[in-house]
Design a protein around this ligand. Structure first.
Ligand code: SF4
Length: 317
């Protein structure tokens, strides 16, 4: 991977460092300034090739829930993205030692606690791997890997319209292709750099038509003015584009973020109203209030139950 990337970017200046953290984790970097012209960092991740899944995402009752970080940061720049508060740098890190990540997944499959269920592994958790596929073909590598494993279920979550970059691969039910969908008003205002929703839907519809298990993620739901009618329209448009029988399942979650990350983002960034709404702090996280959250998620869930049975809808509350 390192060789092919160096060849692809042969016109770039290469600076060698002993440890990527000496660049990536430098203090006093400005995330949004750096995001305007980020650099590519090729690195070796020496440990933590797998993490246990967090309560911040929906696991559909799958107990052997893990995620990994094949890259750090994302080609998109959503206003509500917690990566701005989590990482000191906006530079894009690609870990080139995929063999270690694959080995860790193999070991975790063997060691999983609930042998009746597969290892459920999200590989596009803190990034958008499919959006980056034309640079680093990790989705291809992991889909091929999953096809060869009997007890693995991968989730690849994306806002991209890049299904075409993997459309030649044989369909496997061991990989869920998950599209995050937002009303156009939310996408155009807060999901900077990501394709418009109709293009994501075209991509998801192509994947569903070919037989891929497709997940629809209405997450984070943002309560823009008149949010109910915007989400109603989105869900109608979605199921006009993708027949419900072709949808594996759907997830719903409201905006939420680690409070410390939000504080850090606010210190660097004043140009997004979404970061300055009144949120309620609960434990380490901020989100809409306890009263608002069930109202929001019930509304979206009710819209979805017109198309999907309740057991195929998972809600983060
Ligand atoms: S697509 Fe996801 S990971 Fe990428 S910037 Fe948006 S919220 Fe962050």
């Amino acid at each position: 991977m390192a060789k092919s990337l160096l060849k692809r970017f042969s016109q770039s200046t290469v600076v060698s460092v002993a440890n990527y953290k000496s660049i990536f984790a430098r203090p006093r970097q400005h995330f949004q300034t750096q995001k305007q012209s980020s650099n590519l960092i090729l690195a070796v991740k020496k440990e933590n090739h797998l993490y246990p899944g967090s309560g911040q995402v929906q696991g559909f009752g799958l107990e052997n829930f893990f995620y990994n970080t094949l890259t750090l940061n994302c080609v998109y720049n959503c206003d509500y993205c917690y990566l701005q508060g989590m990482y000191p740098s906006a530079n894009q890190v690609v870990f080139v030692n995929s063999i270690d990540f694959l080995d860790a997944a193999r070991s975790a499959i063997s060691a999983r606690t609930n042998k009746a269920q597969p290892l459920y592994l999200c590989i596009s958790y803190d990034t958008d791997l499919l959006a980056f596929e034309n640079v680093v073909p990790y989705c291809r590598e992991w889909i091929t890997f999953a096809s060869e494993q009997t007890d693995l279920l991968l989730e690849i979550r994306t806002k991209s319209a890049s299904y075409r970059s993997i459309s030649d691969l044989p369909v496997t039910d061991r990989v869920i292709l998950a599209w995050t969908l937002s009303p156009e008003i939310v996408a155009s205002k807060y999901e900077r750099g990501a394709p418009p929703v109709h293009r994501r839907l075209e991509s998801a519809a192509s994947a569903a038509k070919k037989g891929w298990p497709v997940r629809l993620c209405f997450d984070p739901v943002i309560t823009v003015p008149d949010w109910k009618s915007h989400y109603q329209k989105l869900i109608e448009t979605t199921f006009d584009a993708i027949p419900c029988r072709s949808v594996r399942d759907a997830t719903v979650g409201v905006f939420r973020m680690n409070a410390h990350y939000l504080d850090r983002i606010r210190k660097q960034r004043q140009n997004s109203d979404i970061l300055y709404s009144r949120y309620e702090k609960e434990g380490e996280n901020v989100s809409y209030s306890k009263e608002q959250r069930p109202e929001i998620t019930s509304y979206i869930r009710d819209l979805l139950t017109r198309h999907l049975p309740p057991e195929r809808i998972e809600v983060w509350t």
